[in-house]
Write a protein that binds this ligand. Structure first.
Ligand code: DUC
Ligand code: ZN
Ligand code: ZN
Ligand code: ZN
Length: 470
């Protein structure tokens, strides 16, 4: 058989195995794994390279409305381009429901923004800001059936925070439909109280952002979210966990047999609250929520990754330009940390950081890297086995890595729409050399060769956790 493409002589790694073999690709699918495959229109030599499932980043924000006068730095073109440069083949951005409006309307808008503009595949989670009877009773069940099988709810933020009652209502719909609820767990009232107190004391510089959201704020909300999920008997995903106390809440729940999932992100492995103390307003570059903590928290996040408390490692890419009146330094943002938009870019840095700090430094295995970067995202969000693994019948979504290449992270390498990276200057070993989506090479040797618009929206099955047994 003549394949479209054969990737030869690479070391293939999945979430469970590592082996040397050739990968035969036909019509965008992996159709053969074996030795001596050489009849192909295109041969890619992967000698001394790792052949990995393309990264799946199940937590990114693209073109999300972010408050008056604030514009997110990435649209679908630049956001998915950056993702591809970082070895990713699928990203899951959020579709934000506007208060008082139907979710369908938001989805129509997001699809219009994404269509024709993506370099990687995408699939939307639904942010529920207004769980009205119509949303709970009709829209959500219909949308889950249409392949939007995950929701995000916020326990904090003006205009987004849901009450415990509302969260219980959303969880009940998830239980009925099999969808997965992602939870931003921080105590809204506590943050408002602490923020007001800091401002009254004149403590408004960016680094006070961290003081306004201490660990107790996150731990308490994590505990409460888990308790609410227990009441409804529904699986949930606690996203962007930053510290030991929240991690241990999740671990305890898992040990009790509850279906609670956890996610952490690169900012909690390599940044600390001290990064927010930059000169003048520079600290705003690191303002995200929850905030980066300290070295002990970093170690706890590694422990969570190593021991499986966290099953997904995501970027929480949420980019705002720094030196820009529509970004971090919006006029109001200069007056207090309260108004600095929360979020940092990272979709292109996620995998090099996890590979270098994790695999190269011996904190996690190569197979754990694959699970944390791709396979578990596909399983958790209803894309497996089409996505997230190297197997016959799966989409040919592949990243070829040079495991020894040493790179200093710079903003230019990220290829996103921001004007900085919080990871500037970090030295990593291991870098994605080629990114292929459904058999089409998108990035090769640092050059964009893919076609904008080849990336498509994916309708998803039910998350693994939501599937009912027979
Ligand atoms: N939560 C996110 O998930 N992303 C960015 C900001 C936030 O608070
Ligand atoms: Zn569409
Ligand atoms: Zn969040
Ligand atoms: Zn996020």
């Amino acid at each position: 058989m003549t394949f479209d493409t054969v990737i030869r002589n690479g070391t293939v790694a999945t979430a469970s195995d590592t082996f040397t073999c050739d990968v035969g690709i036909e019509a965008g699918k992996i159709v053969a794994l074996g030795r001596g495959l050489d009849d192909a229109r295109e041969i890619i030599d992967a000698t001394a390279r790792l052949v990995l499932p393309g990264g799946i980043d199940s937590h990114v924000h693209i073109s999300q409305p972010s408050g008056e006068g604030i514009v997110m730095a990435d649209d679908f073109e630049t956001g998915t381009r950056s993702a591809a440069f970082g070895g990713n083949t699928t990203v899951l951005p959020f579709c934000l429901q506007e208060k008082g409006r139907p979710l369908r309307e938001a989805l129509t808008n997001y699809h219009a923004l994404a269509e024709g503009n993506c370099y990687t595949d995408v699939s939307f989670h639904l942010i529920i800001s207004d769980p009205s009877e119509a949303v709970l009773g009709q829209e959500l069940p219909a949308l889950v059936a249409d392949g939007y099988s995950s929701f995000k709810v916020f326990m904090t933020y003006e205009g987004l925070a849901l009450s415990d009652r509302e969260i219980l209502e959303v969880m009940s719909v998830a239980r009925e439909t099999g969808a997965l609820v992602m939870i931003h767990a921080e105590n809204y009232d506590a943050i408002r109280f602490l923020t007001d107190r800091l401002e009254r004391a004149g403590k408004t510089a960016p680094h006070f952002h961290a003081a306004s959201r201490p660990i107790a704020v996150e731990r308490e909300a994590t505990h409460r979210a888990i308790s609410l999920a227990e009441l409804v008997d529904v699986p949930i995903m606690i996203v962007h966990v930053s510290n030991r106390e929240a991690m241990e809440e999740i671990r305890r729940a898992q040990q009790k047999g509850l279906n609670i999932y956890g996610e952490t992100c690169p900012q909690y492995l390599v940044l600390t609250a001290r990064d927010l103390e930059g000169l003048n307003m520079e600290g705003a570059k690191y303002v995200c929520s929850p905030p980066p903590r300290d070295e002990a928290s970093q170690a706890a996040c590694w422990e969570g990754l190593r021991t499986g408390v966290f099953s997904t490692f995501s970027s929480d890419h949420c980019p705002f330009r720094y030196d820009d009146p529509a970004g971090k330094l919006a006029p109001k943002g200069r007056t207090s940390f309260r108004w600095v938009p929360n979020g940092i870019p990272g979709v292109a840095a996620r995998l090099p950081i996890l590979f270098s700090e994790g695999v190269v430094k011996g904190r996690i295995s190569l197979n754990q890297f694959v699970a944390l970067s791709a396979t578990n995202h596909a399983r958790t969000y209803g894309l497996y086995p089409r996505k997230g693994t190297i197997a016959i019948g799966a989409d040919a979504d592949i990243a070829i890595w040079d495991p020894e290449r040493r790179v200093t992270i710079t903003h230019a390498l990220m290829q996103d729409g921001a004007d900085y990276t919080p990871y500037e200057g970090i030295e990593v070993t291991g870098w994605p050399e080629l990114t292929m989506v459904r058999g089409q090479t998108v990035v090769r040797d640092g050059a964009l060769v893919g076609r904008k618009g080849f990336g498509t929206h994916l309708s998803r099955d039910l998350p693994n956790a939501g599937r009912r047994g027979p």
